[in-house]
Design a binder for this molecule. Structure first.
Ligand SMILES: [Zn+2]
Length: 156
C-alpha cells in the first residue's frame, strides 16, 4: 500500500469510517461507544478476533498519559496556578480527552488492523474469531474439536 493509502486508512479510522471502504461508519450513532461488528457498507469485520478492543484502549491510555505528563510539566513550569486548580485541571482535562478520544482510538486501531493483516482471516495467534465466541455464547454453534482452546492449544 502506498503512503497515501496508509494515511487515508488512518484518517478514515480516526474519522470513525471503515478504513477498508472509507464509507461505512464504524459506530452506529454519534453517542455510541460500542463499535459495529461489521462495516455497513462493505461488510468487513471491524474487530475480527477476540481481544482486539484492547488496541483502542491502549492507544487511549498512552495518549491520555502523555497529555497528563505534558499538562503537569506545563502547569508546574509555565504557570502560577494554585495547586488545587492544577489538580482539578489535571483530572478534568485528561478525563475529557479520554472520553472524546476513545472512539477515535478504536477507529485508529481498526485502521492499524487493516494495514497490518488480512481482515478476512483469523490472526494465527488468536484463539477464536469474535463472531465464533458470540455464536458459542448464544449456543448456536459449537467449537469443532480441532480448533484451539482459549489458550491457543489445539484440542485433539
Ligand atoms: Zn467498509
Amino acid at each position: 500500500m502506498t503512503a497515501l493509502g496508509t494515511a487515508g486508512a488512518l484518517v478514515a479510522g480516526f474519522l470513525l469510517r471503515c478504513p477498508v471502504c472509507r464509507r461505512g461508519g464504524i459506530f452506529p450513532s454519534l453517542l455510541s461507544y460500542r463499535m459495529r461488528e461489521r462495516c455497513p457498507a462493505c461488510g468487513v469485520e471491524l474487530m475480527p478476533d477476540r481481544g482486539e478492543v484492547t488496541g483502542g484502549m491502549a492507544i487511549t491510555m498512552v495518549l491520555t498519559s502523555i497529555l497528563g505528563v505534558v499538562g503537569v510539566i506545563y502547569l508546574a513550569v509555565f504557570t502560577t496556578i494554585s495547586p488545587a486548580w492544577a489538580v482539578a485541571w489535571l483530572i478534568a482535562a485528561p478525563t475529557l480527552f479520554a472520553v472524546w478520544f476513545y472512539r477515535h482510538a478504536h477507529g485508529l486501531w481498526v485502521a492499524v488492523l487493516f494495514l497490518t493483516r488480512n481482515m478476512n482471516e483469523a490472526h494465527p495467534l488468536a484463539s477464536m474469531r469474535r463472531t465464533d465466541v458470540d455464536a458459542e455464547r448464544a449456543g448456536t454453534v459449537t467449537r469443532p474439536l480441532s480448533s484451539p482452546d482459549a489458550h491457543g492449544t489445539p484440542l485433539k
